[in-house]
Design a protein around this ligand. Structure first.
Ligand code: XMP
Length: 520
């Protein structure tokens, strides 16, 4: 099911930059629909329909080599304004006959000052006293700009930090206006989108809600729709959106793995069943999961066992429901973009992620993915407009394998119980102290070490609880959260006094990288 949203949109051509998604995020924040495509997709029929402007992203390639990702030349003759960022700028320079050099001595990484050289629509209101601080990340530099291009700004290492070809409405920026380290970077993008491309605002999550509901209605709705509900934001919003239109056809399956947090399974079930009146099939397989995980301590093995078992159970349970035709999944736009990377390169695998989205490919069901055009914060807004409780909308992320990867080493029912209690206290204290919403993700973990303690004159030999709390925007990088001293002083006592089995609490002060957010 493909939704056609936009009468006018900005198309971003992805050349493999780590921050391409941020360009799309910024533009959607302006109220304009933007989409990311690979350079090869530009030759597809109707690829440029309703496109008011093109942005070429940065990327790891270099135009100084024989082979580099290109763009069909006709694109430059269509009168659609173009903005090239970093690699995008270098590609434009190459196409129009300028010179680029790979120069390790002149590379620029990090914050840099640029100075204004010439006025232009794209830089209106961008400078502060003819200067600005921007974020550079490049090794190749332009040594000569093409004919009919002019320099708008320079830095000490980049003579051509911003260039323009006014007649053809083509612009190039060496730094990254999309990242927050570039001061007022959004102004450059706004000027391009509105003043140069004359794009109209047309993107609101509430429009999107209407669109998905209209689109659902077009579906032949005789068949049943199955959805794995975990209580995470994505699956919850997916289920609620579908429930608005196809109440009778939707069956949500909740698989109890026994690896959820304290009361979590029951709470989610009650909320969705009673408040949202969703048809839910509840299946408890916690002893099966525990059995399969017995004596397993390797993190990757744990992840694989849980992932495989989940699919097996989900398939088995779905087969018991008659007349299923569709599978609803909470796939988000970042997952869609990832699967069509410009360079086709694979990033190195750090962990095998388990996710209910994308699981049962073998089931041969038609897919419904109502969130596939949305970023996470847009999904949250959609959730609110569908009446989803704030408590669910703003929940911290929780990994598919659940507590299994937060009990380091072997998993036992006792350890699950201990961890559930400790985590419950930690999260409740965060909420009570108004800290929960300031933190991107927080949890307690149980370390596989016992240490000696003394409680009431008696020696104890019990487990160590590790607390983790991080700030982040997307989980790709993270910083540990700096707790007020009072909170950190009290939390250890609260946990130790209330949880039998723990006699020591430690706080993880590592950022990501070098660590990851989860421990396994
Ligand atoms: P890491 O540990 O890789 O985690 O820094 C980044 C984010 O991903 C979450 N995470 C998962 N989410 N299935 C998920 O749906 C998984 O298997 C999984 N493993 C980690 C993690 O909680 C953090 O938010």
């Amino acid at each position: 099911m493909k939704i056609d949203h936009a009468k006018n949109k900005i198309l971003i051509i992805d050349f493999g930059s780590q921050v391409t998604k941020l360009i799309a995020r910024r533009i959607r924040d302006f109220g304009v629909y933007s989409e990311i495509v690979g350079p090869k997709e530009l030759i597809k029929k109707n690829a440029l329909q309703n496109v008011t402007g093109l942005i070429f992203s940065g990327g790891p390639s270099t135009v100084t080599r024989k082979k580099f990702p290109k763009i069909p030349k006709e694109i430059f003759t269509l009168n659609i304004p173009i903005l090239g960022i970093c690699y995008g700028l270098q590609l434009i320079t190459k196409v129009f006959g300028g010179q680029i050099k790979s120069n390790t001595k002149k590379r620029e990484y990090g914050r840099t000052q640029i100075k204004k050289r010439k006025n232009s629509t794209i830089t209106e209101n961008f400078y502060i006293k003819k200067k600005n601080e921007v974020w550079m990340s490049h090794q190749d530099s332009i040594t000569q700009i093409p004919k009919n291009f002019f320099t708008l700004a320079s830095s000490s290492n980049s003579k051509f930090a911003i260039i323009e070809n006014k007649n053809q409405n083509i612009f190039g920026i060496q730094f990254h206006p999309e990242v927050s380290h570039t001061n007022r970077g959004s102004i450059l993008l706004k000027n391009f989108v509105f003043k140069i491309c004359k794009t109209k605002k047309n993107w609101k999550t509430s429009n999107y809600k209407k669109k998905i509901i209209e689109n659902f209605k077009k579906i032949n709705n005789k068949g049943k729709i199955i959805c794995a509900l975990s209580g995470g934001v994505d699956s919850s919003v997916t289920a609620l959106a579908i429930n608005k239109v196809f109440k009778k056809n939707l069956v949500c399956v909740m698989v109890d793995t026994g690896l959820m947090r304290k009361n979590e399974f029951e709470d989610i079930y009650n909320l969705f069943k009673k408040r949202y009146k969703i048809n839910i099939k509840l299946v408890n397989h916690s002893s099966l999961f525990l059995n399969k995980l017995k004596n397993v301590s390797d993190p990757e093995k744990k992840r694989k066992i849980i992932g495989k078992l989940f699919i097996k159970i989900f398939e088995k349970e779905s087969r018991k429901i008659k007349g299923i035709e569709y599978l609803a999944q909470g796939t988000l736009y970042p997952d869609v973009i990832e699967s069509k990377s410009a360079t086709g390169s694979h990033t190195s695998k750090i962990k095998s992620h388990h996710n209910v989205g994308g699981l049962p490919k073998k089931m041969k069901l038609k897919l419904i993915e109502p969130l596939r055009d949305l970023f996470k914060d847009e999904v949250r807004r959609l959730g609110i407009s569908l009446g989803l409780k704030n408590e669910i909308v703003y929940r911290h992320p929780f990994p598919g394998p659940g507590l299994a990867i937060r009990i380091l080493g072997k998993i036992t029912p006792r350890k699950i119980k201990i961890l559930q209690e400790a985590d419950y206290i930690f999260i409740n204290e965060l909420k009570k102290n108004n800290l929960y919403s300031k933190i991107w993700q927080a949890y307690a973990a149980l370390l596989p070490v016992k240490t000696v303690g003394v409680m009431g004159d008696t020696r104890t030999y019990e487990y160590t609880c590790l607390l983790r709390a991080v700030t982040s925007t997307d989980g790709m990088t993270a910083d540990y959260f700096s707790f007020p001293k009072k909170f950190i002083d009290n939390i250890s006592n609260k946990i130790i006094n209330n949880v039998i089995g723990i006699n020591r609490v430690v706080y993880d002060i590592t950022s990501k990288p070098p660590s990851t957010i989860e421990l396994e």
